[in-house]
Design a protein around this ligand. Structure first.
Ligand code: AMP
Length: 407
């Protein structure tokens, strides 16, 4: 079912609650706390500007960092974030240093059309009188109801927390007439949701990264949905071990070998595994290496896929129309073991251009990898939510998305 988006709302003169992801890194300079990187604020501007240009009164809020004590509250105020937002939109932003109470309510009442207010870190509600009460993070119904009472409509643009049921997403949505997706959320639903629910075929998934245990549910879900599932990275060695191949000192999860065996049996040629590896004598960029084709010898560990695997994976990707990629093919942080990840990234850029394929990077380390490799802008979509994109690809229901009204 299609979800309501901000453009479906009548915003003129409305008090518009906006849950954004302003969870940005901070730095201290000359005793002043400042925003160290404003990418996330910049990313939210299209939704914010849309609301302001349509005469909405924007009431903006976000979580910021982990709030576990009163001390954390002193370090994690939204004030510098509100300041940076004012600089970026070049108009005044009223900052309210509270998450509830009279000062906030009066500031909301005083907002005019096209004006902006930012209130304090939503996770301040997690700590009260020094005690962890988690009113935000455990979705205290009274808190969601209170925040909802401040506005007329609700726009959720924070995909990164969509896999959690918090007062500032699901809690508000349960108590307000209309909840719509902002532009960032809409894009995540369109690409990740579209790939999992209604992909153009052939649909190829590439799963990599360190551990089988982190990705097993994704592999299982995507084996049901995709035409091919490529598995690379450290987790591939547990699959190799399940097939009886020697893996030397490579990453290995003994308690996942039976499961790997079962997946290999069930999936048949749908599951595509590496056929060679770059084997290294230590976990270091100046390790001694060799290309291992028939298993890895003692004293060595596989840290990247080898040239034959690259060719095999490219041949599988060659005619793909939809690709979802989560997790690097090797230890891409070290140049010596980045070739496999780079080759996959380049192949994705190629099929995006030549096959008009939809290529999606599903958050976390693979996002860092494509940014490091400089190919992010050549792919269709780079998901911003680590945990949220994982759960989406696992086929789970995301409370923050379910809470958005249907069209
Ligand atoms: P993940 O967060 O599960 O996507 O894992 C990403 C991490 O897996 C990266 O830091 C990679 O360096 C690491 N990784 C990928 N391949 C290997 C490998 N063959 N051996 C050890 N670590 C790996």
């Amino acid at each position: 079912m299609a979800k309501l988006t901000l453009e479906d709302l009548d915003l003129k003169g409305k008090k518009v609650l906006m849950r954004v992801d302003f969870n940005v890194p901070l730095k201290e300079e000359n005793g002043e706390v400042e925003v160290a990187n404003d990418n996330r604020i910049v990313a939210a501007l299209p939704s914010i500007k849309y609301v302001l240009n349509h005469g909405g009164r924007a009431i903006i809020f976000s979580h910021l960092g982990r709030v576990k004590s009163e001390d954390d509250k002193k370090k994690l105020s939204m004030k510098p974030v509100a300041q940076r937002l004012a600089d970026l939109i070049q108009q005044p932003v009223t900052f309210v240093p509270a998450i509830e109470g009279k000062e906030l309510e009066e500031a909301v009442d005083n907002l005019g059309d096209g004006q902006v207010l930012v209130f304090e870190n939503t996770r301040f509600a997690d700590v009260q009188n020094g005690e962890e009460v988690k009113r935000e993070s455990k979705n205290d119904p009274a808190l969601g109801k209170y925040w909802a009472s401040l506005g007329d409509v609700f726009i959720n643009d924070a995909f990164g927390t969509a896999h959690r049921s918090h007062a500032s997403n699901a809690g508000i949505a349960a108590n307000i007439a209309q909840t719509a997706a902002g532009y960032l959320m809409e894009k995540e639903i369109k690409f990740l949701g579209g790939a999992v629910e209604n992909p153009k075929r052939p649909f190829v998934a590439i799963i990599g990264g360190a551990k089988v245990s982190d990705k097993i549910e994704i592999i299982q879900n995507l084996l049901k949905k995709a035409d091919k599932v490529i598995v690379g990275g450290g987790m591939a060695y547990t699959f190799d071990a399940a097939m009886g191949k020697p893996i030397g000192d490579s990453l290995y999860e003994a308690d996942k070998v039976d499961l790997a065996k079962q997946l290999i049996d069930e999936a048949g040629d749908k599951l595509v595994l590496p056929v060679d590896a770059v084997a290294a004598d230590k976990f270091s960029n100046d390790a001694d290496t060799y290309i291992a084709e028939d298993g890895i010898k003692d004293g060595y560990m596989g840290l990247d896929i080898g040239p034959k695997s690259i060719e095999l994976f490219k041949s599988v990707l060659n005619d793909a129309k939809t690709v979802v990629w989560n997790g690097p093919m090797g230890v891409f942080e070290m140049p010596k073991f980045a070739k496999g990840t780079l080759a996959i990234g380049e192949e994705l850029a190629k099929v995006t251009k030549e096959n008009d394929a939809t290529t999606i990077v599903g958050g976390g380390d693979s996002t860092a990898a494509v940014q490091q490799l400089g190919i992010a802008d050549q792919l269709s979509h780079i998901s911003t939510g680590g945990g949220a994109s994982l759960e989406y690809l696992e086929g789970k229901e995301l409370p923050g998305i379910s809470a958005i009204s249907d069209k």
